[in-house]
Design a protein around this ligand. Structure first.
Ligand code: GLU
Length: 293
């Protein structure tokens, strides 16, 4: 069993990690297809993780809608769906590890406390008594992190100056995306993160966190984000139109074109994607942060 897993770690593993804040729209389809093509074109595995960490932002039923739409579009993933809501114990363990190593700290500051103190505010202005509501933050330290993104090129960030002490668990007790994504990408053995360029800015803090937790850093490729005619990012929470399963081939053709991919034929979503995988040309993906629909 162990031997088999070890063999797999050498091959490509990609993932799609939507938050269930609304149905799948064309912008998230573009991210799903980009990541799918990248993994499948190298005979890699492609996993699905539902990032249901933030119930107040979620829309009931949207996780199932996303799953059904991916199926209708023949974006077939390997293995079981991973639900972040079932992984709180693992995030708690990572947090404990960071706190014990003094790489994270409890912070009871309110937004008002932090006003004017910049992004880096230690020591905390409030004393922590048992029961005080508090966030847990990562110590930014003096890490200067660079990522060689496969699409966007080199991206650098001075964490302390530009980002500050990243929240890992919020005051309301919810685990932050930044912690969960790092823990889960490592737990799932992800070798290649392919996602929207709106997350490029989050990548250095994720790499810093990987380093603190002694986890491997995957390769990153940030796809252009799809914007509407007014230049606004399509997003689930802004009620961008949901994809229609009966339009799957048309929609797939459209995102393949937006990704700069060669024209391919196929009567069904599955045939179309198989042809797109065979013809996949990563160098043709536009090296820009945004593209218009
Ligand atoms: N859950 C995030 C989103 O839906 C994506 C996270 C990721 O790909 O790292 O925007």
């Amino acid at each position: 069993m162990v031997g088999r897993d070890e063999i797999k770690t050498e091959s490509v593993v990609g993932r799609f990690a939507p938050s269930p804040t609304g149905p799948l729209h064309r912008g998230s389809l573009l991210a799903a297809v980009g990541s799918f093509l990248q993994a499948r074109s190298q005979s890699g595995r492609w996993l699905l993780r539902i990032e249901d960490l933030d119930p107040p932002r979620e829309q009931p039923g949207s996780a199932q809608l996303i799953i059904d739409t991916l199926r209708a579009f023949a974006l077939d993933w390997d293995g079981e769906v991973v639900w972040q809501s079932s992984r709180h114990a693992v995030y708690a363990q990572a947090l404990e590890q960071l706190l014990a190593a003094n790489q994270a700290f409890a912070c009871a500051c309110s937004r008002r406390d932090l006003q004017g103190s910049g992004v880096h505010h230690e020591p905390c202005v409030r004393s922590l008594t048992p029961g005080t509501k508090h966030a847990v933050r990562m110590r930014a330290g003096d890490a200067h992190i660079a990522v060689d993104d496969r699409i966007q090129g080199r991206f650098e960030q001075d964490l302390q100056r530009e980002v500050g002490d990243v929240v890992l668990r919020r005051r309301d007790g919810l685990y932050a995306y930044q912690l969960a994504v790092v823990v889960d990408d490592a737990a799932q053995g992800i070798t290649d993160v392919v996602r929207g360029a709106d997350l490029l800015d989050s990548t250095p803090r994720q790499i810093a966190l990987q380093q603190l937790l002694a986890l491997p850093t995957p390769r990153y490729a940030h796809l252009p984000v799809l914007v509407d005619a007014s230049g606004q990012k399509l997003s689930k929470s802004r009620f961008s139109p949901a994809l229609r399963p009966d339009q799957a081939c048309t929609e797939l053709h459209r995102v393949l074109r937006l990704l700069g991919q060669p024209e391919v034929e196929g009567q069904t979503p599955s045939a179309l994607l198989a042809a797109a995988v065979a013809a996949f040309d990563p160098d043709s993906i536009p090296r820009v942060l945004q593209i218009a629909e």
